[in-house]
Design a binder for this molecule. Structure first.
Ligand code: ADP
Ligand code: MG
Length: 246
């Protein structure tokens, strides 16, 4: 995905200032920076989630595989650019139905057998199959937080997106569930392009190929992750990495 000169306003107040940032195919890009610097806002631009936010205006050019995303139907775009949120948000339905919902809605399957296959494949890719295969028809809300988050990732995967956006996907999880999700992210990047907002610098370091540092709505620097952590170019990035603010 490519973005150029993106500006975002909430009721006229600017939250993102002239950001140009790309997500490399089958790479993980981490977005870091102090609270309120615009990470979530920028992430939401990528699948036009800000369209649904009252008073929010997005300017600039954003494209997916060379096609301007404003030319796509929001439903199509969101099928190709999936999103996983901070708090796991399974539907109040069974585990099976959580995954089956998207493929049915988008007409991706023609039979019950095919649907069963997609559900199993999605749960396997999200590393959840072994844990839930004997109880696919129980309510998803009974799963642990970490399992629910993997379910949400399986749900995103079920409609074969190209890009998966994750907004602090581990912030509601314990350290063990977090490390399971991190391992999953590393596996998923074989097949998907991933953008992840995290307030954990160590998480950015562990899972991402490139890291972008935001400050007060501006993109301060973006570099290969190792480089960024070893030799941050900008004094603001240096300050953040040293824990001076944020
Ligand atoms: P981050 O994810 O880095 O913490 P956000 O993208 O949530 O930052 O917020 C960036 C700025 O935009 C903040 O000043 C925040 O108050 C403002 N903002 C975010 N969402 C809204 C909204 N729905 N309405 C008005 N202002 C918002
Ligand atoms: Mg945020």
């Amino acid at each position: 995905m490519k973005t150029r000169n993106v500006n975002v306003f909430y009721s006229g107040v600017q939250a993102i200032m002239d950001v140009s940032l790309d997500l490399g195919a089958k790479q993980v890009l981490a977005l870091i920076g102090p609270s309120g610097c615009g990470k979530s806002t920028f992430l939401r631009c990528l699948n036009r989630m800000n369209d649904t936010v009252l008073g929010c205006e997005v300017q600039g050019s954003l494209s997916l595989d060379g096609v301007d995303i404003s030319a796509l139907e929001p439903e199509e775009l969101r099928a190709r650019v999936g999103m996983v949120f901070q708090k796991p948000n399974p539907f109040p339905k069974s585990i099976y139905d959580n995954i089956a919902y998207g493929p049915k809605l988008h007409g991706l399957v023609e039979s019950k057998t095919e649907l069963d296959e997609v559900v199993e494949a999605s749960l396997r890719k999200a590393g959840l199959w072994e844990e839930v295969c004997t109880r696919l028809h129980v309510p998803a809300t009974g799963l642990s937080g970490g399992q629910q988050q993997r379910l949400c990732i399986a749900r995103a995967i079920s409609i074969s997106p190209e890009v998966i956006l994750m907004d602090e996907p581990c912030s509601a999880l314990d350290p063990i569930a977090t490390s399971v999700i991190e391992a999953l992210i590393m596996e998923l990047k074989e097949n998907y392009t991933i953008g992840i907002v995290t307030h954990s610098m160590s998480q950015a370091k562990r899972v991402s190929d490139r890291t972008a540092y935001f400050h007060l709505g501006k993109l301060i620097e973006v570099n290969p992750t190792e480089e960024m952590f070893e030799q941050p170019q900008h004094h603001l990035t240096q300050g953040y990495l040293k824990g001076r603010f944020g």
